[in-house]
Design a protein around this ligand. Structure first.
Ligand code: NAP
Length: 321
């Protein structure tokens, strides 16, 4: 299984003890622990740094904040904390990752970063419905982020698809901006936490369409409605909406390491122990390796563990030298 990086012509090459890829709660917490553990640490943060919390509104379940804190503000503080401790942060995407030879190599455009240990913390991205009409209207009425795009649909009717925390949280958020929100879910029970469900059920301009799947998003140049199929009666109905928010979960961002590090059936990083991977010296933390909990606080916790594991690994290789 060979994996060679393309050449680094024209760029610089730097060597660091720990390179962390990703800058959500997992990556930044790992950075804080790694640098405090004495390791020369760098974070490849990506062009849109901060991870999924950058797309969230209020966070009220991150301990230490008695009042809700905005997701982007929480990430700004984590980043400031890491930077104050001496972590270097590169606001560009990793374009290639080579884990088959040591030192590990991460290519960032024309530059290369070599690492004794790598922490993979690239998180997960929104899952798509997979409809051709969804592709057609992406950015023209179909959105994956209510906080980013909600205002475009001020006083209009919109639909939210999904039944998890994200869907319900977005429905509540949009209900304050839009005329009405129709939440379309494929079952007759929401997956979201009870407290969120209770809030949503109490909001008069949130309607629920149960046991239904979206079969087509219709419109000419802009979205005019969604066609939904009732899974019990097979009846197809057209719901007129101007915006469609797709909130049906996430897929892990493992594309750059597929074929190198072992993945699970669902393409998450397969863990050995708490944060170890199939390659010694490569660790993983946060949503890229966690299909179950996927919380900011659990990602941060995993980030801390990954850094401590990486520090122990560095110590072991130093002792062997
Ligand atoms: P999720 O919990 O995986 O829920 C995805 C929802 O989409 C489910 O209701 C699922 O239906 C539905 N779904 C999946 N694939 C679908 C498809 N192809 N077509 C139609 N519907 C589909 O994802 P999430 O809501 O994004 O939440 C992710 C994680 O973040 C969770 O752990 C959640 O607790 C957390 N989160 C927490 C907060 C908070 O605490 N404030 C806020 C947001 C997210 P089924 O129910 O039938 O499977």
């Amino acid at each position: 299984m060979g994996f060679k990086l393309s050449g680094f012509e024209g760029g610089k090459t730097e060597k660091h003890e720990i390179v962390i890829i990703g800058s959500g709660p997992a990556g930044l917490t790992a950075a804080i622990y790694a640098v405090r553990g004495g390791a020369d640490t760098i974070v490849i943060a990506g062009y849109s740094s901060g991870g999924q919390l950058m797309l969230t509104s209020e966070v009220e379940n991150f301990p230490g904040f008695p009042e809700p804190i905005l997701g982007p503000e929480l990430m700004k503080r984590m980043r400031q904390q890491a930077e104050r401790l001496g972590v270097q942060i590169i606001d560009k995407d990793a374009t290639e990752i080579s884990l088959m030879e040591k030192p590990f190599k991460i290519k960032v455009e024309d530059d290369a970063y070599l690492a004794d240990a790598v922490i993979l913390a690239m998180g997960a991205s929104a899952r798509e419905l997979g409809l051709p009409s969804e592709k057609k209207f992406k950015g023209k009425g179909v959105s994956y982020c209510a906080v980013c795009d909600g205002m475009f649909f001020k006083n209009m009717e919109v639909a939210v698809i999904g039944g998890g925390d994200t869907a319900v949280e977005d429905a509540i958020y949009l209900s304050k901006i839009c005329k009405s929100v129709t939440l379309i879910h494929r079952r007759d029970k929401l997956r979201a936490q009870a407290i969120m469900q209770k809030r949503a059920f109490a909001i008069p301009n949130i309607k629920f369409v149960w046991n239904s799947e979206v079969v087509e998003i219709v419109g000419d140049s802009k979205v005019e409605g969604v066609k939904v199929k009732n899974k019990i009666t097979n009846e197809i109905t057209l719901i007129p909406v101007k915006g469609v928010f797709v909130d049906i979960g996430h897929v892990p961002n493992t594309m750059l390491v597929e074929g190198q590090v072992e993945l699970t059936e669902n393409k998450y990083i397969k863990l050995y122990g708490e944060t170890g991977t199939s390659i010694k010296g490569v660790f993983a933390a946060g949503d890229i390796a966690d299909p179950i909990y996927r919380q900011a606080v659990t990602a941060a916790g995993m980030g801390a563990k990954a850094a401590l594991d990486a520090l122990r690994y560095l110590q072991e290789i130093k002792e062997k030298e």
